[in-house]
Design a protein around this ligand. Structure first.
Ligand code: ATP
Ligand code: MG
Length: 437
């Protein structure tokens, strides 16, 4: 790979009238009798128009990969930035047949069927660039704050979030599962490395088809010793604010391209809003908010109900900043969440809800340290206690008070981009109905 110019590099007075060579794909093409107008798209989604005598453009088709040399010309009529290239020499690296399956207006399903090609659309590549920044600034925050990055296995024997959403796999002559979360491994590493974090794919066999759930998602998780609930929230609000502000600065033209109004995002800074679960239920009850019961009927929400997406939406529809909900009933939380020693039935846990109804983006908690209490709750949640022997050892050998959280990166990207469907922010989404491409 030699260094090469991209389309936006040459849109400047400096290159005006100079000869340049660009590489890319044919994004659009309009052939006239003498002259052909081509919009070239480079390998970062930038575009520039070039012209070429039509007799040299016979073989050019949409998505053919080419190299074009010619002189840059400042011309206010040229689309996409007022510069074009008067093409002289053309080299074709890869010709595309004339039946390119993706046109300008396509159904969502077709775009998903052809996702391997749809990733070339400027919309998809812009989303991917913003996502890359979000990943980059996440990593930067942890590096700057002295957390160590680790890698955790995704083939596991234990459930973290309850058995119903486990993917079972054949593991030689045994059964194993795809990991729902790296948390238990992060917890183990807290004893060896202090504050640790990871980005791992997590897998959940969610049978619900929603705009917020994937079967495979990118999970940012962090765990630290001697961290308690208040600091747990501070870490998350600092991290999320850092990611957002840096991404807005770094990718401003990309947000513009996607027509994403970033006014509210640009005001996101610590501290975030905080509300106890009890207060949340009181508010929802005062608005006669109902939940669906097992028998299909609706009844008014009560203390003890988990907050579903409708209640999350109701609580945050007028918020500009994210909202931490804390003090959830212990029975709504997984086995490892610590019970508040001063308030019976209350857990030391927090969910972070994105504003404007985007719903939960992360869950965190202090972790239970009492072996017996964990064992009881493992059984209560119908999990196999034998699978957790190693995890309980962590509590037996020099347990340390610790806390951690899991942040869904796809959900974070979805909110930052203000997009409805989580599938839109993932390159190759995995859902109940889709495992290819
Ligand atoms: P929800 O109730 O919204 O389905 P959850 O409480 O089951 O989520 P957690 O176990 O708390 O999810 O996982 C931590 C984070 O991982 C969530 O806050 C969310 O951002 C993300 N997440 C969980 N499940 C999914 C999924 N199926 N697809 C995408 N992201 C997910
Ligand atoms: Mg959660």
């Amino acid at each position: 790979m030699s260094t090469y110019l991209r389309c936006n590099d040459v849109k400047s007075n400096y290159y005006d009238e100079k000869e340049v060579t660009l590489r890319g794909w044919i994004h659009r093409i309009r052939k006239q009798k003498e002259i052909t107008f081509v919009l070239l798209r480079d390998d970062r989604g930038g575009v520039i128009q070039f012209t070429i005598p039509t007799k040299k453009a016979i073989d050019l088709t949409i998505e053919s990969c080419i190299q074009i040399s010619g002189n840059v010309k400042k011309d206010a009529r040229a689309p996409e930035g007022g510069y074009e290239i008067r093409g002289k020499d053309l080299k074709i690296f890869g010709t595309a047949p004339a039946d390119y399956p993706i046109g300008e207006y396509q159904s969502q399903d077709l775009l998903l069927d052809y996702r391997h090609l749809a990733v070339r659309t400027r919309r998809m590549s812009t989303i991917a660039k913003i996502r890359a920044s979000i990943l980059k600034f996440s990593r930067q925050w942890f590096i700057e704050n002295d957390w160590l990055e680790i890698n955790a296995p995704v083939i596991v024997k234990d459930a973290v979030e309850g058995g119903s959403s486990l993917f079972e796999i054949k593991y030689f002559d045994r059964i194993a599962f795809l990991s729902q979360s790296a948390q238990l491994y992060l917890e183990a590493m807290v004893f060896a490395l202090g504050p640790v974090w990871s980005i791992t794919e997590s897998f959940r066999a969610e049978r619900s088809r929603t705009v917020r759930h994937l079967a495979e998602f990118t999970h940012l998780e962090a765990e630290a010793p001697w961290m308690y609930q208040e600091e747990l929230m501070k870490v998350q609000e600092n991290l999320v604010s850092f990611i957002i502000q840096n991404t807005l600065t770094n990718n401003s033209p990309d947000f513009e391209f996607l027509n994403r109004n970033v006014k509210e995002l640009s005001s996101i800074s610590p501290p975030f809003e905080r509300m106890s679960y009890g207060k949340a239920v009181d508010i929802l009850r005062s608005r006669d908010f109902t939940v669906l019961c097992g028998d299909g009927a609706h009844r008014k929400i009560e203390w003890g109900d988990d907050l579903n997406i409708e209640s999350e939406r109701e609580l945050t529809k007028d918020c500009v900043k994210p909202l931490f909900v804390y003090e959830f009933p212990i029975d709504t939380k997984p086995f490892y969440v610590r019970e508040d020693p001063t308030k019976s039935e209350i857990s030391l846990s927090t969910d972070l809800l994105a504003p404007r109804g985007f719903g939960e983006i992360s869950s965190g908690s202090e972790r239970e340290s009492d072996v017996e209490s964990i064992e009881k709750r493992i059984e209560k949640q119908s999990l196999d206690p034998k699978a957790y022997g190693w995890y309980l050892d962590l509590r037996r050998y020099g347990s340390v008070p610790h806390s951690g959280f899991g942040l869904g990166m796809d959900r974070l990207v979805r909110w930052i981009l203000g997009m409805e469907d989580i599938k839109d922010v993932v390159l190759f989404p995995r859902t109940m109905s889709r495992v290819t491409p």
